[in-house]
Ligand binder design. Sequence first.
Ligand SMILES: *Cc1c(COP(=O)(O)O)cnc(C)c1O
Length: 411
Amino acid sequence: MKPVTELIHHSYKAPTDFAAPQIAIHKASTVIFPNVQAMRERTWLDKKGYTYGLHGTPTTFTLEERICYLEGAQHAVLVPSGLAAIALVNMALLKHGDEILLPDNVYGPHKTFAEGELKQWGITYQLYDPRDLADLSSRITPQTRLIWLEAAGSVTLEFPDVVEMVRLARSKGVLTALDNTWGAGLAFAPFDLEPSKSTIPLGVDISVHALTKFPSGGGDVLMGSVTTCDDHLAKQLKLSHMRMGLGVGANDAELVLRSLPSMELRYKQQDTTARALAAWCLQQSAFAQVLHPAVVSSPGHPHWRRLCAGDQPSQGPVHSEGLAAALLGLRLDPAISQAQLDTFCDALRLFKLGFSWGGPMSLVVPYHLRDLRLMSKEALLQGGFVRLSVGLEAAEDLIDDVAQALAQAEI
Ligand SMILES: *Cc1c(COP(=O)(O)O)cnc(C)c1O
């Protein structure tokens, strides 16, 4: 054989008993079959073998199984972003004439997707007030196919009564899907919301997760997952996933696999720092409201406490038990001008201006709540608003940073 051929077909095979802590990165579009029979018999619908890179490699199968374990699910698919996970659920389950219900504080681009593509395909949506079970109940009609939940809600972090909302949806025969990015599979178990109470678990039907956030933990990967315990839903999701070609890159999957073992430690550390910062912010007159589910005065705090902190009573203004993602909404005193708010954000040195969260670096984003919320009480809309995402820096340094930025903005 000529060198050019030999360099493709060289017969050396490395020993197969290699073992190391980290999972190998298997890269493939093409997968080689040993014979025709195997090629005809293998199906991408199960994980007994490999068919094509898009449908799974040892690297992506391993990540899927670990995400299943994390969320307490039976089936998982990986997609290129958290937003793609949301889109996949909607596209797999909905048809012309169906309606979905979205919380008013749903992840912003999800509303945009509903207003754009879903509407275009004859699928309608209604917003519901995430703080009001009766409001959700009143919006369910025979067309309601799916109720989306988010706990806590994006930006304003109200914590809904997830348990009763799921119970309500079950009683009406409506599917539930949870955007579980905030809880990350750590703060509560989406498929078993009342672990000690029921023999048949009360849980959501589907959980989506932006692995971009805590599972990646580096601010350097975009990925999403969709998980379920239901075999039939899993098949629908896998079929749509396959038909739309929503695979993920092996290098990205490997980065998430590498970060997963440290996720709980990071989540807890960032949580502790965020609560220390929340306690400090509560004492500053600049902030009219500090939104964080563990802050006793934050909307939905009792629901968070029941689901994520064993319903232990709160001592002091910030609850010390349970788990919460390291996000903080700060509503500024209405006397503070927009220019001062902008100066405050620009003056922060450790908190960088940028979207996303869950990485090592703390971030800040100013929001215009009036553009984001249709159902919020007036009070929430008074004054400027910033969201802080707390990273892995020391709490004292972050508090000092906020203090110096307030001073620079003459707040
Ligand atoms: C970031 C985020 C998403 C989207 O994730 P991407 O990977 O950035 O597309 C979805 N839902 C929530 C709650 C998020 O915070």
